[in-house]
Design a protein around this ligand. Structure first.
Ligand SMILES: [Zn+2]
Length: 131
């Protein structure tokens, strides 16, 4: 087991997604290749990013200027510019947030003012990979 694994990997055969858990769920499990109910949002976000060459990505929260918690994705700082560029090509605007006591090599990217990252799964699937 690798040191940075935060969750158990489900065992899927290729893109054959088990959609039995998808009742009452409008997430595009079949398109994304992972079922939200089966895998959880952080697993899906992390996997989609890693497929594009990112080291790691985790659902995270930043803070707006008036102190509200807003969802975002925590990634490596040195991959942030590329991510923001890839997302801007898809029509999204990103800002970064640094946790006051956070790890210096990570930051949180807020997309379109705080869209839930899992709602952008299709865009993460489409975005340009890191070279
Ligand atoms: Zn599902």
């Amino acid at each position: 087991m690798s040191f940075d694994r935060r969750f158990e990997l489900p065992n899927f055969d290729d893109m054959d997604v088990d959609l039995t858990a998808c009742e009452n769920c409008d997430f595009e499990c079949g398109t994304i290749g992972y079922c939200l109910d089966e895998c959880g949002e952080n697993y899906i976000i992390c996997t989609l990013f890693m497929d594009k060459g990112y080291n790691i990505a985790n659902k995270d929260w930043g803070r707006s200027s008036d102190g509200k918690l807003i969802p975002g994705v925590e990634i490596y700082k040195n991959q942030t510019q590329k991510f923001m560029k890839a997302m801007s090509k898809l029509g999204h605007t990103c800002t970064t947030y640094n946790h006051p006591l956070g790890k210096s090599y990570l930051n949180t990217v807020i997309i379109d003012g705080g869209v839930e990252p899992i709602d952008l799964a299709l865009d993460f699937l489409e975005m340009e990979a890191i070279k």
